[in-house]
Design a protein around this ligand. Structure first.
Ligand code: MOS
Length: 765
């Protein structure tokens, strides 16, 4: 792909100089395209020969397809084909070919592979017709009989089967070995907490439904517009599953309407659409329904037990954190819920344990801050409980146990301005005015409570390539197969490049979302800015060096003998630092050399040997105010302050949007979100927005985001750590702690719905 993305019209950045600096608060480059509808999503591409596939899902959770009668569907108007395991095209047979780049240990699901049913809603047929409506109508005409086998669903009914996860997944860190003697220390301590927590299943609900539009060229080449967090992951998967050469498939994800982890793995509409395109030798689109979005993975149901012990003066003596989460029968989805509990507070005795129970359901899936969202929730509620047991302010308890090195392995943090988060967040919130006892504040009929929690997430860096082309007309085009799932990648990368070459933002185009571009990782783990941003900085530096070399060769060059440290790139020109009036325009420089373009490529490899010596993490402090109407059991989160230490912030505006979006979701997790399964059917029943509640505008009040000063050159050369996930971590705990402060009622399960909030018998743990 070499075309520019024509609809991108960046705003003019700095009216004074036209130049961009990272750290500015700029609106997103793609904002205009999005609000005008010019931005095209996966389901919005067309082809003259486009057919439409509709997925039919299993109504049982476990067993076999006994018979499948497609005759009525095939006879329906417009129907082209009904694809099932009986007539599908050839698929590769080894597990290895079905493993996408983020697959956990085990056997990945293979759509329409055979007659076996592994989970409710599993696709059993794809009805392909001329129009979507015809396909959808015919999908109701299939006559399917099942041979049902008993299924096991519901984590809490099967805890006796809990076992260690398989450690085969690359990047999975099992909990560390015990430090000290946690149980003895706990038993001997004067102040102790022993609490159990429960979190129900949550489903990803991005605005954009999962969709793949496969456009088949006459020579058989497939261009696939896919909703994914990595075009290259989807390309890799399709090539492997169908045995197609790399150059036969191009995947694009120019725009993605939210994903939150659900697009880290290719979802089943992708292989189904490709299957149909190969079989029918035409273009095909498959889009899932909102109901079907509840059939391919979720944040796993999790039970936890937290035991904390402290001395009378509030020093932690023991941390014991155990978690059991669900997975599927075929894969071990791991998110190491407990690991953060060993990285946050100074303590000599720490025991962490994480186990899985395999159930008859689809493999769970990463969802924003996977593992930390649940694990830190339990830890931070337990810390709040401990603070009341100690009669100590909850923030003072955190500060009394502030860790200056990683408590489990003694490694220093690459950077950790958490103390600043506590201080600035508390100040902005007015925490000092908090009355210590519960039920001390009331406005009208509502009780008011203030709670806080700490947030933590890993600061990761992967590897990436980038290329940069400076054109004779002064335009800079930088490319990498990165993704923008709505996070602001287009804008952040363009800012990094514009700053490096001293160009106004509107002269810079950052191209992403195409599998043929230079290698980039999945947009996940909040690592994209540290990874792709560093590749962009690297390739731009190479370009600057090459431009300086060109300047050396100018006749009577004032730059001769000058090194990079002697020059600067600003206002579209190269100039001497000491004498800024001595300058040459970048376009003029290329013209003098008779060049139409100058191109550089760069491979960014993380400095792993150096990075391994440090604990690398993003931190936050969340403060929250709730108002509780005890007569109705309703909770309103009226005020949240989130103070975040995430390294250098590249775009203050989109970064703040990431964090406030995370806070919104934290409130939603705290009060609304839960997928309810009918265990008689092993099926999620509230698979729609009417019954699966997400926070809406009316649920959201004042949210303030603060970034504290931090600069981390160990995580990335640009000093950035990442902000995608930290925003949600600790929010639900802060809400729970605020509800306790308001009411004296301790809620240890999410969501905290009115039935749990209403006074009366002890809420279920
Ligand atoms: Mo994130 S859950 O790594 O998309």
């Amino acid at each position: 792909m070499t075309d520019l993305i024509p609809e991108l019209k960046p705003p003019v950045a700095d009216a004074g100089t036209g130049c961009v600096r990272t750290g500015m608060a700029l609106p997103r480059i793609d904002g205009r395209a999005k609000v005008t509808g010019a931005a095209q999503y996966a389901a919005e591409y067309h082809a003259p020969d486009l057919a439409h596939g509709v997925v039919v899902g299993s109504t049982i959770a476990c067993g076999r397809i006994a018979s499948l009668d497609t005759r009525a569907a095939l006879a329906a108007p417009g129907v082209i084909e009904v694809i099932t395991h009986l007539n599908r095209p050839r698929l590769r047979s080894f597990d290895l070919f079905y493993k996408d780049m983020t697959a956990p240990a085990g056997s990945p699901f293979r759509p329409l592979y055979d007659d076996r049913i592994h989970s409710s809603g599993q696709p059993v047929a794809l009805v392909v017709a001329r129009t979507f409506e015809e396909a959808r109508y015919a999908a109701g005409l299939l006559d399917i009989a099942y041979q049902q086998r008993p299924h096991q669903t519901g984590l809490r009914s099967h805890l006796e089967r809990a076992r260690e996860p398989s450690h085969m997944k690359a990047g999975y860190t099992p909990p560390p070995d015990e430090k000290g003697h946690a149980l003895q220390a706990w038993e001997a301590a004067p102040v102790r907490i022993d609490s159990s927590f429960y979190s129900g299943v949550e489903h990803h609900n991005p605005m954009e439904l999962f969709s793949s539009t496969v456009i088949r060229a006459r020579d058989g080449h497939l261009t696939i517009h896919d909703k994914t967090q990595s075009s290259q992951n989807s390309r890799w998967y399709v090539s492997h599953v169908f045995g197609l050469a790399k150059d036969k498939v191009t995947v694009r994800n120019t725009y993605v309407g939210g994903a939150f982890g659900s697009g880290l793995r290719p979802q089943y509409q992708l292989p189904l659409a490709v299957m149909a395109a190969l079989m029918l030798k035409r273009s095909v689109r498959v889009t899932l329904t909102r109901q079907q979005m509840f059939t391919f993975g979720h944040r796993p149901e999790t039970v936890q037990r937290l035991r904390l012990a402290a001395s009378e003066d509030g020093k932690l003596q023991s941390i014991m954190h155990e978690a059991v989460a669900e997975t599927s029968r075929s894969e071990d989805y791991v998110e190491a819920v407990v690991n953060w509990s060993g990285q946050l507070y100074a303590c000599d005795n720490i025991r962490l344990d994480y186990q899985l129970v395999a159930l008859d359901q689809f493999t769970p899936l990463d969802m924003r801050a996977p593992g930390a969202a649940h694990g830190m929730h339990a830890l931070e509620i337990a810390m709040d409980e401990l603070s009341y047991a100690l009669k100590m302010d909850p923030l003072a308890l955190r500060l009394a146990n502030y860790a200056s090195v990683n408590p489990t392995d003694g490694k220093p943090y690459s950077s950790k301005q958490l103390r600043q988060c506590y201080q600035q967040g508390a100040q902005l919130f007015g925490w000092a005015r908090r009355p210590p006892a519960p039920r001390a504040m009331r406005v009208g009929r509502e009780l008011v409570g203030w709670g806080m929690a700490t947030g933590m997430w890993d600061a990761m860096q992967m590897f990436a390539r980038a290329s940069a082309v400076l054109h004779a007309d002064g335009r800079l085009v930088v490319s990498s197969a990165a993704t923008d799932i709505g996070t602001g990648t287009y804008t952040a990368m363009a800012m990094i490049a514009a700053e490096a070459l001293g160009l106004p933002l509107e002269r810079v185009v950052f191209q992403l979302g195409d599998s043929t571009l230079p290698v980039a990782p999945v947009e996940g783990g909040s690592s994209h800015v540290a990874t792709v941003g560093s590749a962009v900085a690297g390739v731009c530096e190479k370009l600057c060096k090459s431009l300086l070399k060109l300047a050396h060769r100018l006749p009577d060059s004032p730059f001769s003998g000058k090194r990079m440290k002697d020059v600067e790139f600003a206002g579209g020109a190269l100039r001497l630092r000491a004498r800024p009036e001595v300058s040459v325009g970048l376009a003029a420089l290329l013209a003098t050399a008779g060049m139409q373009r100058m191109e550089e490529k760069y491979l960014m490899l993380p400095a792993m040997l150096k990075q391994r010596k440090y604990t690398r993490a993003v931190h936050s402090a969340v403060f929250c105010e709730v108002r509780v109407d005890e007569a109705l059991g309703t909770v309103r989160v009226t005020r949240v302050v989130s103070a975040v230490a995430a390294g250098r912030i590249i775009n203050a505006r989109t970064a703040a949007s990431q964090v406030s979006g995370g806070v919104v979701w934290g409130i939603s997790q705290a009060l609304h979100e839960e997928s309810s399964m009918d265990h008689r059917h092993g099926r999620f029943m509230n698979h729609n927005f009417a019954e699966y509640h997400v926070a809406v505008n009316a649920d959201i009040h004042d949210i303030q985001v603060v970034f504290v000063e931090e600069d981390d050159r160990i995580v990335s050369r640009i000093g950035a750590k990442g902000v995608g996930e930290i925003g949600i971590v600790g929010v639900a705990a802060a809400v729970s702690n605020a509800i306790y402060h308001a009411t004296g009622r301790r809620l240890r399960s999410t969501p905290m719905t009115p039935d749990k909030v209403l006074p009366g018998e002890t809420p279920p743990a």
